[in-house]
Design a protein around this ligand. Structure first.
Ligand code: GLY
Length: 391
């Protein structure tokens, strides 16, 4: 890291009251090297059966592997692409290509749910951005059409879980993330209607998916035929009215990305609003949230390092769209502090070969609580690269 970058990050950390330990540890180059070492260890243990690593349970050293159908299947190839971007080392390109290609069937089947954006844009999308391989492009375009098949024009959103009958057409806040695939496809040779679908999904979500304080419901149920909102509820949060940390993180990232793709100021204004409630309610000293802001057992509730990684990455992008100097500084300082905390207090190091510990997947189901999860690692790496590029 150049001296100038170090000084700027130090200044941001000082502005937000980071500890002396944080200031010493946010060295982007060192963090990228750490991620590369951990990922190299993971590569040694992946079976040659088309699966990829998803999670390491709390206290274990062993990854659990998943096949291409799993909603997280795009994150591991995505990490490999980001490591290639960081180093330009062909070793990572070769591995990224291998794990990306495992996901090819997603482009030619009917889809089980909305997660195709997470799966295919993080894998093939990053791959195409970095290599311009036309085979990747073809797969992204085909997958976008498959995802668009879940759009219900009467409601104005893509259905998230078609197999899950919840008393209507369901859409989860996470689904904002999948719009990036549609925006990209519409601008890179795909059908222009994909753009309209993504915009309509974002508008409908903006109108219905939030409480008056701009905190998100996890799940929204709409009437299939009239398109009217029936109710908001949770699936992975503490309660129907609580603010599930990762859900809010998806909203922050999703509306920031939607502004980037549309340049519609309504979406930018909304991104600021959903960010403000998150930052105002974030009371942890290290800026890594509890898994749900309303968890009844705070301060003993598990954290969600994944939410912190997603938000830190989104704040870096949102800061670039912000003309208000104080707000821009606040976003940059908070993002840097989140990354400093993750790098100093949440690293897996010798415990396992993930990058981070203390992510929480599905607390109400007792699944993936306080463990390592590939999407925490993916967004951590993405945020490090974004911070590096900002300089
Ligand atoms: N998209 C599912 C989750 O965030 O757990």
């Amino acid at each position: 890291m150049t001296q100038k970058i170090k000084i700027t990050i130090m200044a941001l950390l000082i502005a937000t009251g980071a500890s002396a330990q944080d200031k010493n540890l946010l060295d982007i180059r060192k963090q990228l090297d750490y991620c590369a070492v951990q990922a190299s260890k993971t590569l040694q243990v992946i079976p040659e059966d088309g699966t990829s690593p998803r999670t390491v349970p709390n206290g274990s050293k062993e990854w659990k592997f998943v096949d291409y159908k799993d909603w997280t299947s795009g994150f591991w190839p995505g990490e490999l692409w980001l490591l290639y971007e960081a180093s330009k080392d062909k070793k990572w390109e070769k591995e990224a290509d291998k794990f990306t290609r495992y996901l090819t069937p997603l482009s030619i089947s009917t889809t089980a749910d909305h997660d195709l954006g997470f799966q295919v844009f993080n894998s093939f999308g990053n791959g195409y951005r970095l290599t311009k391989n036309p085979q990747y492009k073809e797969i992204i375009l085909k997958t976008a059409d498959v995802l668009a098949g879940l759009f219900n024009p009467k409601v104005g959103t893509i259905q998230s879980w078609p197999h899950n009958k919840m008393g209507g057409h369901n859409t989860i806040i996470d689904n904002m993330m999948n719009l990036e695939l549609l925006f990209w496809a519409s601008k890179n040779g795909g059908d222009k209607k994909l753009y309209d679908i993504a915009v309509q999904h974002a508008k409908t979500t903006m109108a219905n998916h939030f409480r008056p304080d701009y905190s998100a419901y996890h799940v929204l149920i709409y009437d299939y035929d009239s398109g009217k909102k029936i109710k908001g509820q949770t699936a992975q949060g503490y309660s129907d009215q609580s603010m599930w940390a990762r859900g809010q993180a998806w909203a922050i990232y999703g509306f920031t990305m939607t502004y980037r793709e549309t340049k519609d100021p309504k979406f930018l204004d909304f991104a600021h609003k959903v960010t403000r409630v998150y930052l105002d309610r974030l009371k942890t000293e290290d800026l890594v949230p509890y898994w749900d802001f309303d968890a009844p057992d705070i301060p003993n509730a598990p954290r969600d390092a994944a939410a912190a990684a997603i938000v830190s990455s989104a704040l870096l992008e949102l800061s670039t769209f912000t003309k208000d100097k104080a707000l821009k500084k606040d976003y940059l300082a908070k993002s840097s502090k989140m990354l400093a905390s993750l790098s100093s207090q949440y690293q897996s190091r010798d415990q396992n070969s993930a990058f981070l510990l203390h992510a929480t997947g599905h607390k109400p189901a007792g699944s993936e609580v306080d463990c390592s999860i590939n999407y925490a690692d993916y967004y951590y790496l993405e945020a490090l690269l974004r911070l590096q590029k900002l300089k």
